[in-house]
Design a protein around this ligand. Structure first.
Ligand SMILES: Nc1ncnc2c1ncn2[C@@H]1O[C@H](COP(=O)(O)OP(=O)(O)OP(=O)(O)O)[C@@H](O)[C@H]1O
Ligand SMILES: [Mg+2]
Length: 607
């Protein structure tokens, strides 16, 4: 337990996995890029402004060089004016232009990214919640959550920053090299001979050091597990007098942390020396060679300044590429995971709400015809083994049986959360497949075993059964569900916030909210999955009355634990290990000697 918690904590901090960038992955991502299309013009302008601002940025070292040369009364052989004031004036004009362009470039990139990302988020979320139940049983909520948060944020970063930065650096690199060559081909050659090698070494060195420090962190986290486990099981540690053993175990881990940390420090030190000696050495070397050229009048001081600054530009952008490329890889990986959801086949539900338009009405006749079912996540366990029964419109059918016999599973099948491997479920004599999913779910309501309330007001929670309901309708439903009184007793009444951060309602109160919800939905078929938690007799009476009200005029499937609640049912199915072993009304079942029903009701009677 402790280990699991710690590990999942680490996983959250770990970097997102990277993916290979190749033509196949790029083709996939092109699909995500279609989300940029509605904002295409703005995106294009942002790109154009990015180009402009990068080009203007590239011009500034020229100005600097020209200023220095003009101060010494020399011409820089460039297209710039020769007077100090002229150069400065031009430089300020360009700066103003640069400021203007930069503002819009940043604004537009963010606007486009935010808007298109919101679209992707919306679609991913909708796709996610329309995926079949089975999808969710195979995945953890946290993992799905991180696709919508972390993965999409990575993509967002890629569009706003990484992409722009890559383009900018590319312009600076090529432009920088061009200017270097223009200023002095000879000096450029020297620079290009040493710089790339040094940059590559520096980048790989840096990565290696980061890897080492991550290892040390992981090791430290591992040693913390020891502490956590020990503290949680402190009673066992003491009872077995294993304090010394645990202390040793911890110490051994700590030694390894130290070893890794020292190793990291060695390389970090080497890295620092490398930077000081080689990188700065290279700069000094270039400046020295440049100065020699200046003294031979091959170069002006201004040109040398220009050259050094362009040299710094070029090496900086060389150094930034690995990082940018890694970010791109992460974005590609994130896109692939998001696309995995978008490409998944969802249930047939459309985003423009078709909720209230019924295509086929269901009267309420329900039939299971030889239904065999096992959960896709556990195919070896056959939960329902050829179930058959009929419920006529308006009838009450009760299902009883031991825990794990498959009662809630039947409810899930009626709601079409899963599909039987063989056999069929029929509504009004027609196979469920001939109805649209929305039609079935709109006409079947469930009061589930454990009622989940959403964060929000009580009013909103009841209205979940029918989003278009008026306040009067909602209050009427609450009254019929015996919920009005307790709701009115809250100071805020129907506006009381419930759910995770709100008022905690009791089990019976939550059930009555769920009943009001179902009443509002007014379904043809109602499924009650009775909660096991026992209510006191007063709440039980209130809930029972509410249920009676709810069951009027519709087919009810009652999954019952308290047999007292189903005496009146038209038909009682006794389920055991996925098979109906007894069926009939209360009297008939009580007449079966050694029957399970008789046995169970005997037990409850004793209690
Ligand atoms: N989502 C699921 N994935 C895999 N197996 C499941 C799933 N839900 C239930 N099962 C298994 O199916 C069997 C029937 O479960 P079900 O929830 O239908 O029992 P139940 O009759 O409603 O029990 P209870 O009275 O305790 O509510 C159990 O063995 C259970 O472990
Ligand atoms: Mg159940």
């Amino acid at each position: 337990m402790a280990r699991g918690r710690l590990n999942s904590g680490n996983a959250a901090e770990k970097e997102l996995p990277k993916a290979k960038i190749n033509s196949q992955s790029l083709k996939k991502i092109a699909k995500l890029l279609t989300y940029l299309r509605p904002y295409g013009i703005r995106f294009g302008m942002a790109l154009f402004f990015l180009l402009l601002s990068s080009l203007v940025g590239l011009a500034f070292p020229k100005f600097l060089g020209a200023l220095i040369d003009a101060a010494q009364g020399k011409s820089n052989h460039s297209f710039l004016p020769n007077t100090l004031n002229g150069i400065a004036l031009l430089a300020f004009t360009l700066l103003l232009f640069q400021a203007f362009v930069s503002f819009f470039r940043v604004l537009w990139f963010v606007q486009v990214a935010e808007k298109s990302l919101a679209d992707i988020r919306r679609d991913t979320y909708f796709k996610l919640i329309t995926l079949p139940m089975n999808f969710f049983s195979n995945r953890r909520v946290g993992e799905l959550n991180s696709r919508i948060s972390a993965d999409l944020s990575q993509i967002q970063d890629a569009i706003t920053t990484t992409l722009a930065e890559m383009i900018r650096q590319l312009i600076l690199l090529t432009g920088g090299i061009t200017f270097l060559v223009i200023v002095s081909p000879k000096l450029t050659l020297t620079l290009l001979l040493i710089m790339p090698v040094l940059v590559v070494v520096a980048v790989f060195f840096g990565r290696f050091i980061r890897k080492l420090s991550r290892q040390a962190q992981d090791k430290l986290a591992e040693s913390n597990t020891v502490v956590e486990e020990t503290l949680q099981g402190i009673a066992s540690v003491k009872a077995f007098v294993n304090e010394a053993f645990e202390a040793n175990r911890y110490n051994k881990n700590l030694r390894e942390v130290v070893k890794l940390a020292v190793k990291g420090a060695t390389f970090r030190g080497l890295f620092a020396s490398f930077v000081v000696f080689c990188l700065f050495g290279a700069i000094v070397g270039v400046i020295w060679y440049g100065s020699v050229m200046v003294s031979h009048q091959e170069l002006t001081i201004g040109q040398l300044t220009e050259f050094v600054i362009y040299g710094l530009f070029v090496s900086a952008s060389m150094g930034s590429f690995p990082e940018l490329y890694a970010n791109m890889q992460k974005a590609v990986g994130a896109s692939e995971r998001v696309l995995e959801i978008l490409d998944e086949k969802g249930e047939d539900i459309s985003i423009d709400n078709v909720k209230n338009k019924l295509k086929q009405k269901i009267e309420g006749n329900l039939e299971f015809d030889n239904v065999v079912f096992s959960y896709p996540s556990r195919p070896e366990l056959i939960v329902l083994k050829g179930l058959s029964f009929k419920a006529l419109a308006g009838q009450k059918v009760a299902i009883v049986g031991p825990s794990g016999s498959g009662k809630s599973t039947m409810a899930a099948l009626i709601l079409q959360f899963y599909y039987p491997q063989s056999g069929e479920i029929l509504f009004d004599g027609k196979t469920a497949k001939s109805y649209s999913l929305t039609d079935i779910r709109n006409q079947v309501a469930i009061v589930p075993q454990d009622v989940m309330l959403f964060g929000g007001t009580i009013l909103e929670n009841i209205a979940y059964g029918k989003l278009s309901a008026t306040k009067d309708e909602i209050i009427k439903a609450a009254q019929r569900a015996n919920a009005h009184d307790f709701i009115s007793s809250f100071p805020e009444g129907y506006d009381t916030i419930v759910g995770e951060r709100g008022v905690k309602l009791s089990g019976g109160q939550r059930q009555r909210i769920a009943i009001a919800r179902a009443l509002l939905k007014n379904p043809a078929i109602l499924i009650l999955d009775e909660a096991t938690s026992s209510l006191d007799s007063e709440s039980e009476r209130l809930v029972q009355e509410a249920l009676e009200e709810l069951m009027k005029n519709r087919t009810s499937i009652i999954i019952a634990h308290r047999l007292s609640t189903i005496r009146e049912a038209d038909n009682i199915l006794v389920l055991e290990k996925g098979e109906i072993i007894e069926a009939g009304n209360h009297q008939e079942l009580m007449g079966i000697e050694n029957g399970l029903y008789k046995y169970l009701s005997g037990l409850q009677f004793e209690v």
